[in-house]
Design a protein around this ligand. Structure first.
Ligand code: ADP
Ligand code: MG
Length: 730
């Protein structure tokens, strides 16, 4: 890093063109799902009976019997070999929040002859050496082995490079004693819990047609793109994903000229390649646009069942990163790459669907459909209010702390936005009072008898400040961080709602036993639940300070930082919920909370070390050089007989003071970091807390001093690409 390198980077970026297309463009028909062993490929490669059996396993996530597994493995191998694959891998999602893979060639030897092998056993089960993945103390290393098992709800796919192709088998990852070691296993369990309870509710309502319910998710993904030449000159971005230093640029996002703006040709070329690659992997990418911040963008798919949507979001992040490099960009997925500029999130759109093609959060047109909708809606409201802290846990990590409550993302207080009309319905149900419909007729809402008023379906009635908003026929969980896997938010969401549905079912059945009709029982249960839990509904401005005060009055929890939130993971009522729904055991909850505390501490430790390194070896040397230059030129001027040097001397004094305070802040951070680092105390929670309370403030102070230097030091000497360059030059 040097000021000269910074200049050269700018020069070369200005002349950069998008890479020319390596292959002819294919039409969407040919492209979509080309690299997926999906239902069509299976039908083609499998005997009819085997295909039927597999189809049903895939729908329900049931296990394959060994004979079927062999047939499927063979078909999959044939298909993969036709496509030039040489290797296969079980592709899984350990608690690092990333994906993991270990490749094996299809190669076997028999009497020295090459044999292309891939058995049912290899398809269904793998045994990676898993001792180095975080487990939060769940396993001692001597019993470190775990196994991966194919998740048949997510089809195998091929990842291609110009020089080879690999068959990837989406899998879950467990220890031999059955504990989940990954993000997929609890997700599958939570989907099953939701299926079970939602079916129970549907049966209560007399629905015998639906045989399967699954949660659906569409994850809108935000990201930044900056030029790679800048990126490699920012060791903070390389090590931590965000800039630890950088003075505010004169122009940020205040002109609001980037949002939905015309997409530059270089970025558009990048997006085309990303989409082509994701389409070939069967990821149904639909939308792209410029986001609010300069150099920020969004990509969004059509929704799918949750397990698949989760895999597809992991693939989306991976493809964004890889393709960016080919285009000379770096894709930044961090929640807050640039201080003072909007960060990135992920909107997790969520609903429940039936195998008969219905959306259970669709309000419907008839009183019966409306009643079903109100029951599922009430289950969500009740669940979110009861376990708001758990939902907050699901989005808790060091990076997301920069966004939540920072007037760009929803606050850390979990509340629900319903929109005006629906809230009026809730009010009328709770109070039993009549509500005036469009034609001015006063009606009181009676479930199963009166129809709901027409609810708005479009985006006119949006509230972007709410963390959890009803948007016509789904909920949008907006507080999810851009870099995180969507698995945890969905695990908790599914579990919370499943549990809440179960409670409503119990209460309805109890009233029916007491002689109430279904409609009466549903009416009473909905009324009673909404009365208790309506405090979580908030349609106003979530960014306002008044809301914080109001939320406190309502008794809604507000965990401002990740560390506070994670402390609630293993709270008795949350563990009880997760155990009751068969999603996570107490041991699993505790170990997962530990992993979260540990990764918080590690993230801050890496940031602190990067900040120390950059301040002492890059920023301060530049500032000292500038100080010496200034002193020299003042001296030269004095020798030349210049009299009025007061202003120059003041500048020198200001620089000297800036350097002094940066040196002071650096020493303080070093001292704090070393102390906290040395005292782990065996408690991941205390350790994380110490990082938050002691190291972060010291890091902030160092940043302030260094950013001040950036505004003083000669631009010709400044070694780090500046915000105004990274964000505006590409
Ligand atoms: P926007 O929020 O930009 O107006 P939409 O409301 O059309 O866009 O959808 C946002 C995301 O929500 C998309 O990924 C879409 O596929 C997804 N979505 C739509 N319906 C559902 C549903 N029933 N379940 C889950 N996600 C859904
Ligand atoms: Mg959205």
């Amino acid at each position: 890093m040097s000021a000269a390198a910074r200049r050269t980077a700018i020069e070369s970026i200005v002349h950069r063109e998008p890479p020319s297309s390596p292959k002819a463009r294919e039409d969407l028909h040919e492209l979509f799902g080309k690299n997926v062993f999906g239902l069509a490929q299976m039908r083609e490669h499998l005997p009819e009976r085997a295909y039927r059996a597999l189809e049903s396993c895939m729908q329900r996530g049931a296990e394959l019997d060994p004979e079927l597994a062999d047939l499927v493995a063979n078909a999959m191998k044939e298909w993969a070999l036709e496509r030039g694959a040489t290797h296969f891998t079980h592709w899984f999602q350990p608690m690092t929040g990333l994906t993991a893979e270990k490749h094996d060639a299809f190669l076997g030897l028999e009497d020295g002859r090459l044999l292309l092998e891939f058995s049912g056993k290899q398809l269904v089960k793998g045994e990676p050496d898993a001792s180095s993945f975080p487990s939060g103390g769940l396993r001692a290393t001597f019993e470190a082995r775990g196994y991966t098992a194919w998740d048949p709800t997510s089809p195998a796919f091929i990842r291609e490079t110009p020089l080879g192709a690999t068959l990837c088998i989406p899998t879950a990852f467990c220890s031999w004693t059955g504990e989940a070691l990954d993000k997929k296993t609890p997700l599958l369990r939570s989907c099953e819990a939701l299926n079970k309870q939602a079916l129970r509710m549907l049966r209560l309502l007399g629905d015998e047609r639906v045989s399967f319910v699954y949660p659906t998710v569409g994850a809108e993904q935000e990201y930044f793109l900056i030029d790679r030449e800048f990126y490699v000159q920012r060791p903070d971005l390389v090590a931590t994903g965000r800039t630890l230093f950088g003075a505010r640029p004169p122009k940020g996002q205040e002109l609001e000229d980037h949002y939905f703006g015309s997409i530059s040709p270089r970025v558009l070329a990048f997006m085309h390649e990303v989409e082509a690659e994701l389409w070939s992997l069967g990821v149904p990418i639909k939308t792209r646009h410029n986001e609010v911040a300069p150099s920020q963008f969004e990509i969004a798919p059509v929704f799918e069942r949750t397990t698949l949507a989760t895999d597809h979001n992991m693939l989306t992040m991976e493809v964004l990163r890889h393709v960016a490099q080919r285009h000379g960009f770096q894709c930044l997925l961090h929640e807050k790459p640039f201080a003072g500029i909007n960060g990135s999130g992920k909107h997790n759109n969520w609903s429940m669907a039936t195998d008969t093609g219905e959306n259970l959060l669709e309000p419907g047109h008839t009183p019966e459909e409306n009643m079903r909708f109100m029951l599922f809606l009430t289950a969500v409201i009740r669940g979110i209010d009861t376990h708001a802290d758990l939902l907050r846990v699901s989005i808790a990590h060091a990076a997301n702390d920069h966004r939540l409550g920072a007037n760009e993302a929803p606050p850390a207080i979990i509340s629900i936005y319903l929109g005006g009309q629906l809230e009026a319905v809730v009010d009328s149900l709770v109070t039993g009072e009549a509500r005036r419909d469009r034609s001015g007729v006063a009606q009181s809402m009676r479930l199963g008898v009166t129809a709901l008023p027409p609810l708005p379906r479009d985006a006119t009635d949006r509230n972007r400040t709410s963390p959890f908003a009803f948007t016509g026929n789904k909920f949008e969980f907006r507080a999810v961080g851009s870099s995180q896997s969507i698995a945890r938010p969905n695990v908790f969401l599914n579990a919370i709602v499943a549990d809440s549905i179960a409670v409503l079912c119990d209460r309805i059945e109890e009233r029916q036993r007491g002689g109430a009709t279904l409609e009466q029982a549903a009416q009473q249960v909905v009324q009673e639940s909404l009365k208790t839990h309506r405090r979580v509904i908030f349609n106003g401005n979530g960014y306002s300070p008044e809301w914080h005060a109001e939320a406190e009055k309502r008794g809604l929890p507000n965990f401002r930082t990740a560390v506070d939130a994670v402390g609630r993971y293993a709270a008795p009522e949350n563990v009880a919920l997760l155990e009751r729904q068969g999603v996570l055991s107490r041991k699993e909850c505790e170990s997962r909370a530990n992993v979260m505390f540990e990764s918080y501490a590690k993230a801050i430790a890496i940031e602190a070390q990067s900040a120390i390194g950059i301040a002492s070896t890059t920023i301060l040397p530049a500032a000292l050089r500038f100080q010496a230059q200034l002193a020299e030129s003042i001296e030269a001027a004095r020798r030349a007989g210049v009299k009025s040097l007061a202003r120059q001397e003041a500048r020198l004094a200001e620089t000297a003071a800036g350097i002094e305070s940066a040196l002071g802040a650096l020493a303080a951070l070093q001292e704090r970091f070393e102390t906290v680092e040395a005292h782990e105390n065996g408690s991941p929670e205390r350790h994380a807390r110490a990082y938050r309370d002691e190291v972060i403030p010291a890091m902030t102070a160092l940043r302030e001093a260094c950013d001040e230097l950036e505004t003083l030091v000669d631009d010709e000497l400044w070694p780090l690409p500046k915000y105004r360059e990274m964000l505006f030059i590409h």
